[in-house]
Design a protein around this ligand. Sequence first.
Ligand SMILES: Cc1cc2nc3c(=O)[nH]c(=O)nc-3n(C[C@H](O)[C@H](O)[C@H](O)COP(=O)(O)OP(=O)(O)OC[C@H]3O[C@@H](n4cnc5c(N)ncnc54)[C@H](O)[C@@H]3O)c2cc1C
Length: 440
Amino acid sequence: MSVGVVWFRRDLRLADNPAWSDATRRHRRVVPLFVVDPHLWNRCSPRRVTLLAAHLRALDERLGDSGGRLHVVVGDPVEVVPRVVERFRADEVFFNRDVTPYARARDSRIQARTFVHEGCFVLPPGSVTTRKGALPQTFASFHRAWTEAEWDLWPEPGDGAPTDDPGDGVPPSRWEGRAGEEAAERALREFLGRIDRYETDRGRLDLDPTSHLSTDLKFGTLDARRLVVEARTAGGSEFVRQVAWRDYLAHLMWFRPDLVTRSLDPRFDRIRWLDDPEALEAWKTGHTGYPLVDAGMRQLLAEGWLPNRVRMVTASFLVKNLGIDWRLGERWFRRHLLDGDVSQNVGNWQWVAGIGLDRAPYFRILNPILQSRRHDPAGRYIRRWVPELENLPDRYVHTPWLAPEPLVRGAYPAPIVDLRESRAAALQRYRAVLDQEVDR
Ligand SMILES: Cc1cc2nc3c(=O)[nH]c(=O)nc-3n(C[C@H](O)[C@H](O)[C@H](O)COP(=O)(O)OP(=O)(O)OC[C@H]3O[C@@H](n4cnc5c(N)ncnc54)[C@H](O)[C@@H]3O)c2cc1C
């Protein structure tokens, strides 16, 4: 009887999964494998590991519906995968391609007959190009080509049955939120019911209007193609445009894996970032004295998730106002975000830092007070995460240092940096490297 192995990585679902469908069509028995790779596992925040384990539990249960078990093995995949192939006398290994430098190096070293599928994004990373085969320079041109591309939903699974050997078993998890593909499907349905308000309300911090599906896309409990088909049917064109951003950043990483550490525009690699551990620590823990920044950084630590607008404001504050290297912020976000993803996080940090991506100008510096007034006018979001400011009248909640002393509960810090001065310093820092180029 022919046996195939499906190596699940960031595609933890059975529906709309091309690797799973192909394997179950070609083989009578299929080993559903997950490798706990200590190199990746130990770098994740405890919250993220807990969620991942809960997703694995859910996948195990789904496999149980057809008498199977997820086969979990701890170790280096380069050694584990061929061992599993040998043990089950399997012929072929199926998986969905990822774009990170680590994943690409790892996958190229797997010694087995492999079938590589594209089930992590809408379009295969690297497939949308200019006529010369390069990545389109701007998101707008990428988006045009992406929208015109034709594709189908992935094929249905075949009749192959999963094996029932759990291996080392799914690691324990105390996750209390939703997990697994069935819960992701329910979350998608719930969001589709309010997708018509997405475009207008998207930036509002007091309403929480976005889908919260990024974590499902990250772990693959939801298929990106299925998501786009459903959202298009429901009329969510602005929402679909955001999902195209996700594909764009995956393409970017495919073409330029060096961007994990280097600026897209190499001139900005010469920026002299400030070495200020105290300011970095204040940013990480949400004690900068700027309420929106602090609310965001505290939400990140508490929930592992942040609205896009707050990601932009906190990232801009670190890079521009504190003058700290974007890579330190990127690392902190990636460790703590449940949806933390190399391609998405690096791309967005480069965009906010204004170091070449999508021609985003370096001189755009988000003012955390204005952003706060515009997107959280009554301070509802701020009060939720910064209890020291809970009882402040609305007019002080964005600038608590102007409030009469007794109104601020506890020791809320004074601003650690002056916005106007730090803005001027940032512009100088960026211009200095551009001027160097001109001098040569
Ligand atoms: C500094 C910074 C770091 C970020 N790091 C990550 C990250 O590590 N992982 C991650 O998935 N997203 C990241 N984002 C993008 C975005 O903030 C999140 O995808 C979004 O906030 C998730 O919430 P949602 O699912 O409710 O989004 P929705 O607004 O409901 O959007 C739907 C989907 O579109 C995609 N999307 C939306 N905005 C973006 C964007 N700016 N770039 C790429 N895709 C987008 C996401 O897949 C999202 O789930 C980052 C943004 C910034 C500014």
